[in-house]
Write a protein that binds this ligand. Sequence first.
Ligand code: GRF
Length: 194
Amino acid sequence: MTAAPDRKRAAILISGRGSNMAALIEAAKAPAYPASIALVISNNPEAAGLGHARAEGIPTVALSHKNFPDRESFDRAVHAELEEKAIDLVALAGFMRVLSPWFCRQWEGRLLNIHPSLLPKFKGVDTHRRALEAGEAEHGCTVHVVTPDLDDGPIILQARVPVLPDDTTDSLAARVLAEEHRIYPLALAKAAGG
Ligand code: GRF
């Protein structure tokens, strides 16, 4: 395979496990993938995903939001790290911080998020429990462009899964997560122009 000539430089922002991050790193190993993963930033220095990224040889930065007086000053520090690495695109992957309108403006159209529901349904947290309680026949996940409004913004890709009669939040979350890992690399490629 020939390497894509002008790969976009992508950064991934995480807070925890980082399984979506791992799926993006894996996809970006293909030479023809239109983005490279050039940086991983976590607001949680204990995030398990940081170890995985380091093991893959990807530069990582741990920036605890607790060391900043307010949301925007944390976001400005994240922005400085992204600029320093000449990042083109940012993918939020289990990043559990709401980003300031200032940050969203800086990265307008270049900031993606994955959310475990069929947006616009179930914005916010606890999506699997809420989908079960609502008696939904279908559930899923969405990759969207981030705007200052939480879990809003133009949808890039969605994947649907059935809700089965014996589902628990865990079984449903696992079925959705497998789809997250499938569509996030496709959506990032699409955003990177591939
Ligand atoms: C995923 O379900 C993602 O959609 C949500 O948080 C979870 C993060 O999981 N925003 P991981 O850290 O990618 O494993």
